[in-house]
Design a protein around this ligand. Structure first.
Ligand SMILES: [Zn+2]
Length: 192
């Protein structure tokens, strides 16, 4: 298929129009076709964790999913009721989020344009601790404890970031920049 046709397709589905059909383009096409959302196993009782965490876990690349499961297991063993509430966001989903408070109504929720968040590469997830009544405890010291459990496993925790601290955020320690990650995706290479 010609590069110009791919560019038209990419423009239509709202991803970067480089004319190269890489994994981001494939994911966006799958989303459009309604086949991009990972399916949960048929039997909920076979899930290791709660459905919400499992749904987010399913969006991560295998490396990240393995680490995230290990981390969640350790937190649960420590008696912490923590859930993963967010995993991967496609470029399209990131664009929609970025538009909030800019071209769309509402408050700004992110600075990151598509390709400028590690959530766009399947290697990052967000978590929150819940109390007995199911209320999220964003400021609980247990959030820090979960972050440190992640660091002990070699993960990068947003609670230690200089500048914008992001306590609910964990990700694989990448050793590359977001710019490099974007280039890899463009070239159809894997990021992690
Ligand atoms: Zn995050």
């Amino acid at each position: 298929m010609s590069k110009s046709l791919w560019k038209k397709i990419q423009a239509f589905i709202g991803v970067a129009t480089d004319g190269i059909p890489g994994p981001i383009t494939a994911r966006a096409i799958a989303d459009r076709l309604g086949i991009g959302t990972p399916q949960l196993p048929a039997k909920p009782e076979t899930l290791e964790f709660d459905p919400r965490s499992e749904k987010s876990l399913a969006t991560l690349v295998p490396n990240a999913q393995r680490k995230a499961r290990e981390w969640l297991r350790k937190c649960r063993e420590a008696g912490i009721n923590v859930k993963i509430i967010c995993g991967t966001r496609s470029y399209e989903e990131q664009a929609a989020l970025h538009a909030k408070g800019r071209t769309k109504p509402g408050k700004k929720v992110t600075k990151a344009r598509p390709g400028y968040s590690w959530h766009n590469f399947g290697v990052a997830w967000d978590f929150v601790v819940f109390d007995k009544n199911g209320q999220p405890l964003w400021d609980s010291p247990l959030m820090d404890r979960c972050g440190r459990i992640g660091e002990d496993l070699g993960l990068e925790w947003g609670g230690n970031w200089k500048g914008l601290v992001d306590k609910p955020h964990l990700q694989l320690a990448m050793g590359i920049t977001l710019a490099e990650a974007r280039e890899r995706v463009k070239d159809g290479r894997t990021v992690a």
